[in-house]
Design a protein around this ligand. Structure first.
Ligand code: NAD
Length: 281
């Protein structure tokens, strides 16, 4: 079985470039599908407190028999828990639900610009990393301005920024900014949530050339441009298909063709909320 390439964070730790996401998966289903994902070859799981399935992910880890050092687990701090002390408490509760002693990666889920607690929240993540409770710390849905403020006010650069990113919304500018600061870029909704992106004629042409499926081509594009990528599926055959995308290697012509889909006539651009202006309860 092909194993995922790994990328190295600015703190020296590594992350498998291909992972498995569990948004909108019920807790009991999460247990089943995460076991299937491990069986397919995935070793990196992306969950969050707000997904309500950290416990199911934890049971899957137990059932898999895999050692903590052989897997990579990410969870995220929910918006209502932002602030220094509340972050420390929320982290321990997440770890308890996951049944883990330490976590690989903890992310601030959203910047919440109007709530404006993200610098204090980041200071709590820095403390958790110092204490060895979490190996690496990062953010999700952060803008250039938010990232720069964290860096300016704490001197600690996030390891990763997890953002909406797919061929219809390829985030070239923010990817470039992340890279300029030594921040890895992680793509959420990497398959465009399975909508019209997988019907695209450009993707279909590349898929035919490589004898691959549209989802595999999109995952291979993420890998080729250096993203960490976390496709979701609750269908076992698709979980295996998505992992097997590691066997598909795109050339520069393919990558350029797919880059051309950004905000194109074929696709709608951003699907989710804009982090620069969105605050959630
Ligand atoms: P996705 O882009 O991974 O698409 C998933 C959907 O694509 C599936 O539900 C299915 O309908 C379809 N699909 C998957 N594999 C397929 C295949 N092989 N063939 C055909 N169709 C296929 O969408 P997502 O779940 O939104 O994003 C992935 C992960 O990113 C989430 O599970 C979560 O972990 C993370 N995420 C994070 C945030 C954030 O704010 N940080 C937001 C959204 C998602």
């Amino acid at each position: 079985m092909t194993s995922s390439p790994v990328l190295t964070f600015n703190d020296g730790n590594t992350i498998p470039q291909l992972g498995y996401g569990v948004w909108q998966v019920e807790d009991d289903v999460a247990e089943k599908v995460v076991v299937q994902a491990f069986e397919a070859g995935f070793r990196h799981i992306d969950t969050a407190k707000i997904y309500g399935n950290e416990a199911g992910v934890g049971r899957a880890i137990q059932r898999s028999g895999l050692k903590p050092e052989d897997i990579f687990i990410t969870t995220k701090l929910w918006n209502a828990d932002q602030g220094y002390e509340s972050t420390l408490a929320a982290f321990e509760a997440s770890l308890d639900r996951l049944g883990l002693e330490t976590l690989d990666l903890y992310l601030i889920h959203w910047q919440q610009p109007k709530q404006d607690k993200y610098v204090d929240t980041w200071k709590a993540l820095i403390e958790l990393q110092k204490q060895g409770r979490v190996k690496s710390i990062g953010v999700s849905n952060f803008t250039k301005e938010g990232l720069q403020r964290l860096i300016d006010e704490t001197g600690v650069v996030p390891a990763i920024n997890q953002i909406e990113l797919h061929p219809f919304f390829n985030q070239a500018e923010l990817r470039e900014f992340n890279a300029s600061k030594g921040i890895l870029t992680q793509a959420w909704s990497p398959l465009g949530q399975g909508g019209e992106l997988l019907e695209s004629s450009v993707i279909a042409q590349v898929a035919a050339k490589h004898n691959a499926t549209p989802a595999q081509v999109v995952i291979a594009w993420h890998i080729a441009i250096g993203n960490v990528v976390i496709p979701k599926s609750v269908t076992e055959s698709r979980i295996r298909e998505n992992y097997a995308a590691l066997d598909v290697t795109l050339d520069e012509t393919d990558v350029q063709a797919i880059n051309g889909l950004d905000n194109s006539a074929e696709g709608a651009g951003r699907i989710g909320p804009d982090p620069a202006v969105s605050d959630f309860a």
